[in-house]
Write a protein that binds this ligand. Structure first.
Ligand code: DQA
Length: 148
């Protein structure tokens, strides 16, 4: 069985570190990749981090995860609030799924309060900054190691 965790990121997250740093901070996705890789390696797992601004590419990557990944961490960006198609794709994945938002979406505009992805997610993190990705990876490692 795969020991690879997919970390999927949606639109605009390629600009992490430059985009609205007062909300999302100064760390980049590459920083996230390195920290999550180090954490996962210490637990006998590896991570693959992806980012796309295109809904279909994210869906294709979720389909790939069906055979390539033991768990998914997903920050769908604004697709969180709009995409039934990403929800449907996640519903085809059998392992643990953790939804991760850098900002506390519940403290922000009302349109960010609803998530389609939460209907599938086994856990949701919001407002932990980029540290949320590491918490999500840690959770997937322990769920997979426990056999569930
Ligand atoms: C986000 C929150 C979303 O509402 C927003 O559209 C994003 C980032 C977050 O990580 O806090 O792009 O998912």
């Amino acid at each position: 069985m795969s020991r690879t965790i997919y970390i999927l990121n949606g639109p605009n997250l390629n600009l992490l570190g430059q985009r609205q740093p007062e909300i999302y901070g100064y760390d980049t996705l590459d920083d996230v990749r390195q920290r999550c890789a180090q954490l996962a390696e210490g637990k006998g797992f590896s991570v693959d981090l992806f980012q796309s601004n295109h809904e279909g590419v994210i869906i294709d990557t979720i389909h790939e995860a069906r055979s390539a990944a033991c768990g998914i961490v997903i920050n769908p960006g604004a697709f969180t609030h709009t995409s039934v198609a990403i929800l449907d794709a996640l519903n085809t994945f059998e392992g643990p799924v953790i939804e991760c938002h850098i900002s506390n979406v519940h403290k922000r505009e009302a349109f960010r309060h609803h998530s389609y992805v939460s209907l599938r997610a086994d856990g949701v993190l919001a407002g932990f900054g980029v540290e949320g990705y590491e918490l999500a990876v840690r959770r997937i490692c322990s769920v997979v190691s426990a056999g569930g």
